[in-house]
Ligand binder design. Structure first.
Ligand SMILES: *Cc1c(COP(=O)(O)O)cnc(C)c1O
Length: 471
């Protein structure tokens, strides 16, 4: 399998080359040069596989530069009941007639990002050992990515993590999860600014090729293809649990921010998994909902990014969206470049409303969208508690609300549960008047000593900090 850049760079790369990279050299995102097709016989063969073996089968279609026996061992070591809490790894439960919750949040940091990050930690360790190399991971997080990355990489040989986060904007629980780690290879950097400032810093550092090479900078942001690939697996696992046979369509609703999670659903659908609709659920930061309603993609300034009660979706531009638009415009890299570099780079927006391609977003690619507000979130959390005795976190609540706006008779709707409620206790308290239950291993973490430095929103300051801590 070869990987190409969405912006047309002529190089083709193998999986393990892009595993340790972020953006392509031309600023584009990596994608496989084709989507392997999965036929009915293959689906039938996969239907009853344990999760780790299903992961191995899917990953094998995209990874041909790791010996199969090694890849199989990596999957087996990653997706265990010890790490993810159940034999099913991503158990599905029916909430009400036709509406399901797929649990993706029972990993070490209680958010779905563990699903990909735990695999990435093991892939990184394997590949770095094979090369005798080291890597310094630079990341940006609004909460869940950072903790997932740190718990996946802590204590791993050959890896350091430098994780930027917007100072004071994460929940106390999220801050405690990250900042309480005392591992020497984990560096928390609180940036004076919002998440997009952090993301811009990561992009700027990654675009400085000299610095990137000298300090062996890698990334674990959602633009990393390996993460996206790992996420493809649970669409298949969810599909198999929601159906009894492979001729039935299923729809998914995905709480979305950077468009990584739902982009994995797009990939699964492109491979031939019978997905009818992919519902993109956003909060008040509705760049994506606006695009799917109007055809206009208009990024917001950092100052216009709302601080909401589903903070892991507080983005003003969706870093993975370019991957989908690449497919939407028929993989025309010149067109893609003019949209993302000229128009978005110039005017902060592009407009596909008059383009036949835009109609295909729904018709050919199955995308629909909805937007939620704080009031919707609270109402959904209360309603779900009252009617089903189930607590959902604010992001999953955004998903549930969106899902109900796009139900189709006879088609199961699977809502991806992206975090456990304890990560966002304040909103649960606001909705219900009490705290959600806390897993015993997180008892009292807010009181633990914190390991974090504060830096201004300045690329040079972050570079200097990395240089100091890389000897
Ligand atoms: C990261 C995250 C999201 C958004 O996922 P994307 O892949 O960025 O679209 C939604 N909910 C939670 C809880 C998250 O941590």
């Amino acid at each position: 399998m070869n990987y190409l850049s969405t912006r047309g760079h002529p190089d083709r790369k193998r999986f393990c080359e892009i595993l340790l990279e972020g953006l392509a050299p031309d600023g584009g995102l990596y994608l496989p040069d084709h989507y392997p097709q999965v036929d009915a016989a293959t689906l039938a063969k996969w239907r009853n596989l344990p999760y780790a073996e299903l992961a191995f089968e899917i990953l094998s279609l995209y990874i041909d530069d790791i010996p199969p026996a090694d890849l199989k061992a990596i999957c087996a070591k990653t997706y265990t009941p010890e790490v993810f809490g159940t034999e099913e790894i991503v158990p599905l439960r029916e909430l009400e007639d036709g509406v399901y919750l797929e649990a993706l949040s029972n990993g070490p940091t209680l958010a779905f990002k563990d699903m990909a990050m735990q695999l990435l930690g093991n892939l990184f360790e394997y590949e770095l050992a094979r090369r005798g190399a080291e890597l310094n991971i630079l990341g940006a997080t609004s909460g869940d990515t950072g903790s997932a990355a740190e718990y996946a990489m802590r204590g791993k040989k050959g890896v350091r993590v430098f994780m930027t986060s917007p100072d004071g904007r994460m929940s106390p629980f999220q801050q405690a999860q990250m900042f309480s780690l005392q591992d020497e290879n984990i560096h928390n950097i609180a940036i004076t600014g919002v998440f997009d400032d952090c993301q811009d810093i990561v992009k700027a550092v990654s675009n400085d090729l000299g610095f990137k090479r000298k300090y062996r900078i890698g990334t674990v942001n959602s633009i990393n293809w390996a993460r996206l690939l790992a996420q493809v697996v649970y669409y298949f696992a969810g599909y198999f649990q929601a159906t009894a046979s492979n001729d039935k369509p299923v729809s998914f609703t995905v709480p979305s921010g950077n468009f990584g999670n739902v982009c994995a659903g797009h990939v699964a659908r492109m491979m031939g998994l019978p997905i009818q609709t992919l519902v993109v659920a956003t909060n008040e930061n509705d760049v994506l909902d606006e695009f799917f309603r109007t055809g206009i993609y208009r990024v917001r300034a950092a100052a216009d990014t709302h601080e909401t009660s589903s903070p892991s979706m507080d983005i003003s531009k969706a870093s993975n969206f370019e991957r989908f638009v690449f497919d939407l415009v028929g993989r025309d890299a010149a067109r893609l470049r003019s949209l993302f570099v000229d128009e978005l780079g110039g005017q902060g927006r592009f407009d596909l409303s008059g383009d036949p391609a835009f109609r295909q977003a729904a018709e050919r690619f199955g995308f629909k969208s909805s937007r939620s507000t704080h009031a919707d979130r609270l109402a959904t959390i209360r309603d779900t508690d009252k009617r089903f005795a189930t607590l959902v976190d604010p992001h999953t609540a955004d998903g549930l609300k969106a899902a109900r706006e796009h139900l189709a008779p006879g088609v199961p709707m699977v809502v991806l549960e992206t975090a456990l409620p304890i990560k966002f206790a304040a909103t649960l308290v606001e909705a219900l008047g009490h705290e959600p239950a806390r897993p015993a291993r997180f008892e009292g973490i807010e009181a633990l000593p914190k390991r974090v430095v504060k830096l201004p929103s300045d690329v040079e300051a972050v570079k200097a900090y990395i240089a100091q801590n890389c000897d």
